[in-house]
Every structure is written in C-alpha cells, then in structure tokens.
Design a protein. Structure first.
Length: 318
C-alpha cells in the first residue's frame, strides 16, 4: 500500500522555505531513512528526476545575455557549494552519536548531492555543451569559488574531519551555512518563476529539502545541548566566530553582481515579467538589485534569530 506523503514534503502542499524553516518542528527520529524514501523519493521528487517537470523548457531569453550570465553564475556557484556540502557531510555521518542522526545526515548528504547535480545539469538546458560542463561550472563560479567557498569548506573540514566535532558540525551546517544561504534560495525561486519555470521548480524542490535540513538540524542541536549543557559556551563562541567569518567573505558583492546582471535582463524583457509580484504588493519589475539583496538579508536575519532562539542559543546574537 502506498503511504501518504508528509505535508512538508508534498510538492503541492509543502510550505514555503521561509515559513517551513522557521515554524516547523521535525525530529531526527521522524526523518529517518524510511521517511526519506517515502517523503523525498516517492513524494517531492516523483516525476521530477531533474528537479522539475520534464515538460518545462527554457525560453530564448535565457540562452544568452544578462539572464544567462546571472543564472549561470548563480547555479554554478550553488552546484559547487552543494558538492562541497556533500563531501563534508560524510564526516558528520561518521561522527553521528546515534542511528537516528546518522540516518538523517546520510539522507541530507544525498539531498545535497542531488542539488549539486540539478543545478549543474540545468546549465545544459541553458546551452552549455556537455563536454564543457565541468570546466564551465568552475569558470562561471569564479572568482567567488576561491574567495567564498574555499574558506567555508576549510573551516567545515577542520570541525568535522579534523576535530570530529559532531555538535560543531551540526552548528556549521544549520546556522552558519544553510541558515545563511537558504533565504537567497527563496529569492531565487521567486525571481526566476516567470522567466525560467524549470529553474524555479529546481529551487522549490531544493527548498523543500532545506526545510527538513534546517528544522531537524536545529532539533538535533537543541537536544544535544540539553544533554551536554557544558558545551553551550563553546558552541556560542563557534557560532559567533562563524558569523564573523561569513561577514568577512565577499558574499554580498557576489550576490549584488548577479542581481545587477539580472536587473539588466529585466530591463530588456519587461514584457515577459509583466505584473508578476515577487512578494505581495511588489512587482518584480519595480524592484532593484539592492532591494532584492536587502530583502534576502532580512529573511536571513529573521531565520537565524528564530532558529537560535529555538535551540536556546540566542545569546550568540549578542
């Protein structure tokens, strides 16, 4: 008998990333391997092996010019980020103190690997030749591949591989990395929806996964600290250090550069965007690069605050 897909993983019923990541509570015991096989494989991904409805195609406005530049840079960067997340998560699986958290992080590892694949493969739909795909990903992601991803990867490896620090790895993934990047993914889904529906669906499916990653990660962190209260000061310091590292990286410039190219595309293709609203009461065509970036930053701050309060670590914000 086919089991019902949980609401938070149902393509049509799942909440948006921001709502779900801030308001849902999911545990590692709930989101075990069996749950993932039912919810993700038979639910979210059913009929979408490439992350989107296979009937969706890419319009000519996406194949060259500023829209191509913006999405190629974004998806190449995100593909590499998800690839690096996949690799470091293998150490979190190895360090997991119990079966429930081991199974959950094993499923997250597969989720991140899938995200890397669908972001990378969408470049093929945008016209990048298959024989050039690997090098094109590296080229499109420069210079932020080295200035943003490599320092973050190095810090994650120090924590998860070298120090075998389970709770440190949970915090790095839940608060420092995914917690900071998720709102930008929400923005991506919204802004590409009228322009590249396949990309918007790729973002939507990844967002459904991220709800699970963020909520379960926060639950694991909270429960661990309840059982190991002596670790709290160390974890608070790690969060502050991680947020300081994030602030020192040129992530704002990276996002702004992409939004400027996206804005150039908006000006060229106003007829395609029309009156589409990126959020209630605000037409996409009327937004600016700074407004979109500031909105994603505000979403990031709100999500980070709510997750840290839930984990009992709000002092890390002071």
């Amino acid at each position: 008998m086919t089991m019902p897909v949980p609401r938070e993983a149902d393509w049509d019923l799942a909440p948006g990333l921001l709502e779900g990541a801030m308001d849902l509570e999911l545990t590692a015991e709930q989101c075990d391997l069996r749950y993932w096989l039912q919810a993700a494989v038979q639910g979210t991904l059913r009929g979408r092996p490439d992350g989107h409805d296979p009937r969706l195609t890419v319009g000519p406005h996406m194949l060259r010019g500023p829209f191509f530049d913006a999405i190629a840079q974004e998806y190449a960067f995100r593909s590499l980020a998800e690839e690096k997340a996949t690799r470091v998560l293998s150490f979190l699986v190895a360090n997991a103190p119990d079966v429930a958290s081991m199974e959950f992080y094993a499923t997250q590892l597969l989720d991140e690997c899938r995200h890397s694949m669908v972001f990378r493969n969408h470049l093929l739909a945008l016209g990048v030749p298959a024989q050039r795909l690997t090098q094109a990903v590296q080229d499109f992601a420069d210079p932020y591949r080295t200035s943003v991803l490599e320092p973050l990867e190095q810090r994650c490896l120090e924590v998860m591989r070298d120090e075998r620090d389970f709770i440190g790895g949970v915090v790095m993934m839940t608060v420092i990395l995914e917690g900071a990047l998720a709102p930008a993914a929400e923005l991506s889904e919204r802004k590409w929806r009228p322009l590249d529906p396949a990309a918007a669906e790729i973002d939507k499916g990844a967002g459904i996964d991220e709800i699970r990653h963020l909520t379960v990660g926060a639950w694991i962190g909270r429960e661990y600290l309840r059982e190991h209260p002596g670790e709290r000061d160390r974890v608070v310091k790690m969060i502050r250090d991680g947020m300081r590292l994030w602030d020192e990286l040129p992530t704002h410039q990276m996002v702004y550069d992409r939004e400027v190219r996206f804005q150039e595309g908006l000006e060229l293709h106003r007829d395609i965007v029309g009156d589409y609203e990126i959020w209630p009461g605000r037409r996409l065509i009327d937004t600016t690069p700074k407004e979109r970036q500031d909105t994603a930053d505000r979403w990031s701050d709100e999500m980070k605050t709510k997750r840290l309060v839930y984990m009992g670590l709000e002092e890390a914000l002071r």
